[in-house]
Design a protein around this ligand. Structure first.
Ligand code: PEP
Length: 246
């Protein structure tokens, strides 16, 4: 039985006091929740928010990290620095990183392996552009991003990986995928995991949906067999309305 995993990606929003206040509110609201929860504030707020989430049932996530452990990488943040402030999970391969900042599958895979080698959990985001969906390439794109993103990841390390299926055309647009369309890709990704790691691993891996998921559309999505939670980036990243479902 997979646990629902609800994660908030706060993107480039919130000052430190705002982030701390929202984190504190969520800690209170979720303290008896039965799911798995994570919030990913901006780098600048991670340290302050880590003091709020420490010892609670909310994991602390980062939204990205460098391909390298240390060195001359101006403007980057290293896995060691994330661990240093209590980060437990890192979101990698988000479509905004892929399509705005030009991150390739090879870079993302390097980050995935580095994060796992340091004991962090990873949320690996995959998803097609609208043009790719219209050309009938949604599955092929998700397959390539999944296989390349996980290249060299051991079956043991896969236990620390969550996949987030995030159709790019649904992110921040208000256009949510239908539960049926999302489920089709989730089931497809689970089959790829079965092909790479076997049936048991495929049955255990959590596959989140991301893309304009909200209180009024989450029930249909989460009711689907292969949709195990959500990665939610909506401005306030308040997953609270989703929780009564769990
Ligand atoms: C995201 O950024 O991962 C995301 C899913 O955003 P939104 O919920 O705003 O579509």
């Amino acid at each position: 039985m997979r646990t629902y995993f609800i994660a908030g990606n706060w993107k480039m929003h919130k000052t430190i006091p705002e982030a701390v206040a929202l984190a504190a509110e969520l800690v209170k609201e979720l303290k008896n929740g039965s799911g798995k929860y994570m919030i990913a504030p901006s780098f600048t707020a991670l340290d302050a928010v880590s003091k709020v989430t420490k010892g609670t049932n909310i994991l602390l996530g980062a939204q990205n990290m460098s391909t390298d452990e240390a060195g001359a990488h101006t403007g980057e943040v290293s896995v060691l620095q994330l661990k240093d402030i209590g980060v437990q999970v890192v979101i990698l391969g988000h479509s905004e990183r892929r399509h705005i900042y030009g991150e390739t599958d090879e870079m993302i895979n390097k980050k995935v392996r580095l994060a796992l080698s340091h004991g962090l959990e990873v949320i690996l985001c995959v998803g097609e552009l609208l043009s790719e969906r219209e050309e009938g390439k949604a599955e092929a794109v998700c397959e390539e991003q999944t296989r390349k993103g996980l290249a060299g990841v051991s079956a043991d390390d896969l236990k620390k990986v969550t996949i987030a299926y995030e159709p790019v055309w649904a992110i921040g647009t208000g256009k949510v995928a239908t539960p049926e369309d999302a489920e089709a890709i989730h089931a497809f990704i689970r089959n790829i995991i079965a092909d790479m790691y076997g049936k048991q691993a495929a049955g255990e891996i959590i596959i989140q949906y991301g893309g304009s998921m909200k209180a009024d559309n989450c029930a249909g999505l989460l009711a689907k067999e292969d949709i195990d939670g959500g990665l939610i980036g909506e401005l306030l990243s308040r997953p609270k309305p989703l929780f009564p479902l769990h």
